[in-house]
Design a protein around this ligand. Structure first.
Ligand code: SF4
Ligand code: SF4
Length: 471
């Protein structure tokens, strides 16, 4: 008996069909093909609006100052008529949590649409791709240019592309910094070539970040660096709308004549034209199923719909489909998980609005003088404090200062304070012990302040009054 194990050669790949790698599998730069369609227009107008908001808001004025400004030097954040102080940063944290929760809710409904339509990484990448197209031509021209040796034509086209990329990056960097330092100062100093060293470093940093991310890294940020791409699939359910290929309808794929009866030839609706792959910014083939690389941008939907139109087939071979829909059932729009997310989001938003309205526009803090106590000319014990009063409004205000629930103590301080908009005033005050029979060596003292124009606007702070025991 032979000890050899009988071996058999099995063909795993159909040798009659060429192996086609997607741009993502092939590596190298991804050159996307131009296309038009509903989702492309949606993204174009959406991105245009976001660009306008980002670049325009920084130049708006409100009450004689920049409307939106995180003034790092003054430790306050202006958003139109509202001023936020470091004490209000809990609200900012709450807003970020609400935004994250909102993103989770949208992900349950429609997957990764944030990535495809509104994420700055995608929006800036689309703009850079547009610059590539107007300087280096259509997809086939760019592929040819890549392979061509260096020539004057290649040098000029590449220079034009990189000049636009650098220009957009510079504008982005200046605008971004303009939300933290008055933008007119930054832009003016830049034009006069007088930027101070610190600002120049930040401008160069954000410029380089924009240029590298949108020009060179592109889809690699979405696929390998973005944490959201890693965990978003955990939020999907069978009813989440995802960009998907209807394999039941599309397979078997293959070329055919336009007016042929492809069903009798055993073919599905996919003509295997590869257009959906050629328009994909992440270089994948959506027909391979759900992939982490897909940013739900809908480019392949527009591309495939245009092919379906040309072939006279129904649109939607590639579309926003749910898993349930692809299984032949109806997508359930209202489901417990989504309702739960929506209710939680609404509750959080309501709490945020309430907290925003309830926040005090007046603040007072006290710091006791280092000396324990002293005796005045009348033989009374007195303590001194430094009160810090903040007018958080954008109008001048008049306040009244008093002691609250502090029997036996008298406040020796200006009774009224006049503060300018956003002013922080240090007020040294003295508290005198009038009740010489006090038996304790330490007692609480409450400072209260209220707005003379609106007594509901008030604030308090607590400190301790010290005296020699048993006087
Ligand atoms: S597969 Fe389609 S939706 Fe996903 S990234 Fe590519 S083009 Fe966009
Ligand atoms: S664009 Fe549509 S028809 Fe063409 S390969 Fe993609 S799925 Fe098939």
């Amino acid at each position: 008996m032979s000890e050899r194990i009988p071996a058999q050669i099995i063909e795993t790949i159909d040798p009659s069909k060429p192996i086609r790698l997607t741009p993502s599998q092939a590596g190298g730069p991804i050159h996307t093909r131009s296309f038009t369609g509903f989702y492309r227009n949606l993204r174009l107008y959406g991105a245009g609006l976001l660009f306008l908001i980002f670049f325009g808001t920084a130049w708006l004025d409100w009450d004689g100052r920049q409307a939106v400004l995180w003034n790092l030097a003054e430790h306050r954040y202006y958003i139109f008529g509202a001023t936020f102080w470091p004490q209000d940063f809990i609200l900012l944290s709450a807003l970020l949590i609400i935004a994250a929760f909102g993103l989770f809710t949208i992900t349950v409904v429609a997957g990764r649409v944030w990535c495809g339509y509104t994420c700055p990484q995608s929006v800036w990448t689309w703009v850079f791709m547009w610059a590539e197209k107007i300087t280096e031509g259509e997809r086939h021209q760019r592929v040819k240019l890549d392979a061509a040796p260096w020539s004057l034509n290649k040098l000029l086209r590449r220079s034009a592309k990189h000049s636009i990329w650098l220009g957009v990056s510079l504008l982005t960097a200046v605008t971004f910094i303009g939300y933290f330092t008055p933008i007119r100062d930054v832009a003016g100093d830049l034009l006069r070539l007088q930027l101070d060293g610190g600002t120049l470093v930040w401008v160069l940093f954000f410029m380089a970040a924009t240029y590298l991310n949108a020009g060179w890294l592109r889809e690699k940020v979405c696929v390998h660096m973005c944490p959201y791409s890693r965990f978003q699939s955990a939020m999907f359910d069978d009813d989440t709308l995802l960009v998907a290929y209807d394999a039941k309808r599309g397979e078997g794929r293959g070329p055919r004549k336009k007016d042929s009866d492809h069903k009798t030839e055993g073919l599905g609706d996919c003509i295997d034209c590869q257009v959906c792959v050629q328009v994909c910014p992440t270089g994948i083939d959506i027909r391979d199923g759900l992939q982490i690389d897909c940013i739900s941008c809908g480019a392949c939907i527009d591309a495939c719909d245009s092919v379906m139109d040309k072939m006279g087939y129904a649109r939607g071979l590639v579309g926003y489909h749910s898993e349930r829909q692809l299984q032949g059932s109806k997508t359930q729009r209202m489901r417990p998980r989504l309702v739960g997310y929506a209710i939680a989001l609404l509750l959080m938003l309501a709490a945020f609005v309430w907290a925003l309205n309830a926040r005090s526009m007046l603040s007072i803090d006290s710091a006791k003088d280092r000396s324990m106590f002293r005796e005045n000319q009348l033989g009374q014990i007195e303590n001194t404090y430094l009160l810090k009063v903040i007018n958080k409004t954008q109008q001048p205000q008049q306040y009244a200062l008093a002691l609250l629930d502090s029997p036996g103590l008298r406040l020796d301080a200006p009774q009224q304070l006049q503060l300018n908009p956003g002013e922080i005033l240090d007020v040294p005050v003295t508290v005198v012990l009038e009740d010489q029979q006090a038996k304790t060596s330490a007692m609480p003292v409450h400072f209260a302040i209220h707005n003379l124009a609106d007594s509901r606007e008030q604030a308090q702070t607590r400190s301790t009054f010290l005296s020699p025991r048993g006087r």
